[in-house]
Design a protein around this ligand. Structure first.
Ligand code: DAH
Length: 347
């Protein structure tokens, strides 16, 4: 039996050494160590041995098995390394082949304009804050002094989630004013950019989703002069020192007094005419409406627990698409959302 074991070992070692592939190795493993393998066959004869011989042979058989297993493992490693070596040799890289050009992305024009606006306000000490797009009607309307029955609350204008009209997609960024004033004591000095939603069909100047930037400053002794100063600074930073603005009385429920800010048309320089024709950019108006603003209504301050006798504030809200269209000279709003690379690459 001893001879048998030694012969198995010798032949196994030779065969394993000669094996040229993982498949052959596997065949050998089954043949040598498997249930019906050579080693198992020999072990089946252990019963015929004497009690003294049995442990000696047992030990020998175990060591033969261990050696075969070790050899198998080692050959596996060898073959794997050889295969890798061969693959690497075959796959040498031709470093002279011209590479594939990497297509560089860049910021969307809307983001570029947003970034510029943020930079100006952050430079003036404003904080940039965020608010939810799914908003309570209470914040979007009621606490902004927009009473029940106001046309902007109408189901034809607003996306409501609930039958009782209490939850909606915010129609403006103004509710962020309420959220900020509820949680912070003056001095408050923030801008809040974000998406807003209205039930509009998409056309060249409308989209059911668009972006606004809200601004809010509340402190002691804040005046309309501060509002004009902040917005004039923004426009001159964005459009250069020659940009001309005008502030026009208007009405918003959450500001008193309220105004709209227009910018002189860059195309016709305020004349409303280009080469004897009505200016196509401002439709002959000479001015382009840019944003709404005003002094925060005392009721709105009160609704947020801020004493209107002690504090005053100004607020403004501007449409970001309109600003982007103004600075990039895009004439159709839909282009901004189409994500056509050929269009976006122009900015
Ligand atoms: N929320 C207004 C709108 O969507 C814009 C606006 C006007 C915001 C005046 C303000 C403001 O903060 O003071 O039309």
């Amino acid at each position: 039996m001893k001879e048998q074991l030694e012969s198995i070992k010798r032949q196994a070692m030779e065969a394993l050494e000669a094996a040229g592939s993982p498949a052959v190795l596997e065949e050998l493993r089954v043949k040598l160590l498997g249930k019906k393998g050579e080693l198992t066959n020999v072990l089946k004869q252990m019963g015929k041995l004497t009690a003294q011989e049995r442990p000696v042979m047992g030990q020998l058989a175990n060591s033969v098995r261990a050696e075969i297993e070790a050899k198998l493992e080692q050959r596996k490693v060898d073959l794997h390394a050889a295969a890798l070596e061969e693959k690497l040799l075959k796959e040498t890289v031709d470093v002279t082949i011209p590479g594939k050009a990497v297509v560089m992305g860049k910021q969307h024009p809307m983001n570029q304009v947003l970034q510029q606006i943020k930079d100006v306000f952050v430079g003036m000490g404003y904080q940039v804050v965020d608010g939810p797009e799914v908003e309570l009607a209470d914040y979007n309307f009621t606490r902004l002094n927009i009473e029940e029955g106001h046309p902007s609350r109408d189901r034809s204008d607003t996306f409501y989630f609930t039958d009782d009209d209490s939850l909606l997609l915010r129609t403006q960024t103004s509710p962020v004013q309420i959220r900020v004033m509820e949680n912070a004591k003056p001095p408050i000095c923030i801008i809040a950019p974000g998406r807003v939603y209205r039930k509009d069909e998409a056309d060249a100047t409308h989209s059911p989703m668009f972006h606004q930037i809200e601004g809010l400053v509340v402190d002691e002794h804040i005046t309309m002069g501060d509002l004009k100063g902040a917005l004039t600074t923004l426009m001159k930073q964005l459009y250069g020192p020659d940009a001309v603005m005008r502030f026009r009385p208007h009405h918003f429920p959450f500001t008193e007094p309220s105004c709209e800010m227009d910018m002189q048309c860059h195309k016709c320089k305020g004349t409303g005419e280009v080469d004897g024709q009505v200016c196509s950019t401002c439709h002959g108006e000479g001015w382009i409406e840019l944003l709404g603003a005003g002094m925060v209504h005392p009721k709105v301050l009160e609704n947020c627990g801020i004493d209107p006798e002690k504090y005053s504030g100004f607020a403004f809200g501007m449409g970001l698409e309109r600003m982007a269209m103004r600075s990039t000279r895009i004439n159709d709003l839909r282009l901004i959302f189409d994500n056509d690379i050929r269009f976006l690459n122009q900015f």
